[in-house]
Design a protein around this ligand. Sequence first.
Ligand code: NAD
Length: 257
Amino acid sequence: MRLADKVAIVTGGASGIGRAIARLFAREGAKVVIGDLTEAVREGGAPTAQVIAGDGGTARFRICDVARKADVDALVAAAVAEFGRLDIMVNNAATLGAGTGLLETTEQDWDHVMAVNAKGVFLGCQAAVRQFLTQPVVDEARGRIVNISSQHGMVAAPGKIAYGTGKAAVVYLTRQIAVDHAKDHIICNAVAPGRILTGKPLGGPGSDPLEYSRMRTPMPRLGRPDDVARAALFLASAEATYVTGHNLMVDGGWMAY
Ligand SMILES: NC(=O)c1ccc[n+]([C@@H]2O[C@H](COP(=O)([O-])OP(=O)(O)OC[C@H]3O[C@@H](n4cnc5c(N)ncnc54)[C@H](O)[C@@H]3O)[C@@H](O)[C@H]2O)c1
């Protein structure tokens, strides 16, 4: 129970990596509040909060668009109102947008991707830090942030200019918040997944949509949501107390190549 009695928010926790993080944190004893646009699970299955409750854990779901300040503030307020404090904020929600290059990307798509992937993380960090500053230090921390970045914030995301730029902002935000609030005992890190298999299984005839990712990944398999969840757990736990401002790659070696 590495998160016994901790209170954690996971944005985008309905599906994929966020779902794996929410489930692992709950198994480790955290009370988990999931904020997402929908409870529907992209890869299929019962809603995350329901699955956690079925496993004997504690979880709540709340509709939240991370691009909207009022939603994010209300998410944090709801977690604190029910569980008394906030220990861990995982800013995981993101969108690929249209997934286009410089010349094809419309102004609307750029604004939408930035609103979710960059502003959404900013709003999540801001609401969490405001709450953390009202709390006493426990286990050498007032609170911990884990932002989900990407290898595509450090190297080009072919054909996904808005997504990659938004993810680069997440890495920068993580460092700045870590430095600015170190004195407050607030710990802020990121996890940078490589290619993780989420969403509906790909397949069928035609070219392999995962070919580029397989070619870029030295390890002989692509990532699983639990690979990322375990790294997030480490950064959210007391084991990582002197680690801050770090962007931990969970990418099968993608960025070492
Ligand atoms: N899967 C990968 O290969 C990969 C690689 C690198 C980084 N990442 C990052 O990991 C994180 C999770 O990715 P995933 O593959 O699990 O994605 P996913 O699409 O499977 O799940 C994303 C979740 O976020 C939610 N969401 C989207 N926009 C939202 C908004 N505005 N407000 C609240 N919730 C919103 C969705 O409803 C969904 O439940 C993202 O930050 C993504 O950029 C994923």
